[in-house]
Design a binder for this molecule. Sequence first.
Ligand code: GDG
Length: 494
Amino acid sequence: QPYRHEWVNGDDNGEDDGDDNENSNDPGERDVTVDEPTGGLTAGLDPIMRAIGGTWIAWGDGSADRAVTDENDCVDVPPGSDDQYTLRRVWLSDEAVDGYYTGYSNRVLWPLCHGMTELLEYRPTDLEWYRHVNRQFADAVLEEATDESVIWLQDYHLGLAPSMIQAKAPAGATVAQFWHIPWPDPSSFAACPNARELLVGLLGSDVFGFHIERYGTAFLECVEETLPSATVDYRERTVRYDGHETRIVATPMGVDANSYEERAREIGDDRWDSLRERYDIPDGCAVGLGVDRLDYTKGIPERLAALERLFEGYPEWRESFTFLQKATPSRTEIPSYDRLGRQVRSTVDHINERFGTDDWQPIVYTEDFLDRADLTTLYREADLLVVSSVRDGMNLVAQEYVASSIDGDGALVLSEHAGAANALGYPAFTIDPADTDRFARTVADALGAPKSERTTRMAALRTHVFDHDLEWWMDQQFAHIEAARFPAVDRRVN
Ligand code: GDG
């Protein structure tokens, strides 16, 4: 019987993201279909896992077919090929997903770490589920771990597992964790319902990684305030707690820049023509682009306010500039996300009613999920991309845009509150999303900048993005992990 196998991203609850990019393999006796991951971390880790082997432990819910793993929850992917690794599932009931993922991870840790404590919704049973699922992950890891294992945990969904693993792991195993979102300052962190437990959980890691130094410093400050018996060394960036040392590192995540560039070069102009037709973008209009999950951290209302100000204050851009906002609905069962969606859709309608004409809409809003070829086409063709996050751990969209801008003429308008601004800095047109006037002026400046300025800025951005791509990030991660495993050997990590 054919059956379907589906990958689940670390922070994805298996919601249908519309990606139909499937790989059919010929496994001989078994016929397994694999949904390719949509981008970012999962896509980046897959080739690494194929190269080095090992076991990937991920949760699955009812949307993945358990028949694949009826024996021992393990399957080799892709079946029949040489470069295999084992995908092991931690199966979660709907109730567990609601408490662990939608609940504690996304109603508490997500707003907390983005400093938006007013949006925090704490339910004690969610924390119990979070503990329970972290324990399930820890148990699954411990069943696999050997003396030589590198155990690499991803993101805020696994905040308690590191110490659960460290307590029982074989002596030579190394535990590393990467936190993909910001870390809050101590005044916000005080709202954490289990502050001490979370920190102790994370300090089970030998290496704890963030995108940028500032988040690591905030973590050290929170440890110092919350765990008086911990020894915090700001210079060495280490914490010693309960006889164990954790090193805090900063490695900004990059994107697979070469694959975006190659795709951008291969795609024909007809794809852009059909996208322009689909989204009703008049020929000759300059195009601005936003690509975001519909999340309150991404500053979409602030962006719309700035665009309204642009059309108000810079009338020359009416009928000659269209902004395409691609928003992917996310975590819709959480009321703050639902409210945001309604607010964004009604603001778009308001701006379009105010400025639109029979032949032109200032804002084209879509919730379509695009395949990577369409997404790369939009990146390649857009004259300008806006990232206006009010807080963002890194932001990969900004870097994907730069990698896809093969004509070297695109302009990146980037929030100074995204981790990406820390890495990309000056050559982007930086904004503060809360300062609507400056934001609107910056968009006008970016649109009107002479070609020489746009290409100089883009060339500097491209150098950075290609020099600090996903492979570079992986190398940095593993160099830090190796330095923790073999501390006597001098390894340069930069
Ligand atoms: C978290 C942190 C950090 C979006 N729409 C489509 C699509 N996407 C892809 C983009 C990009 C990814 O989703 C979004 O990544 P971001 O980094 O922008 O944001 P988060 O989802 O919030 O990610 C963030 C990241 O983790 C990694 O550490 O940078 O700060 O919040 O890859 O391309 N992909 C496709 N179609 C779409 O319609 N194929």
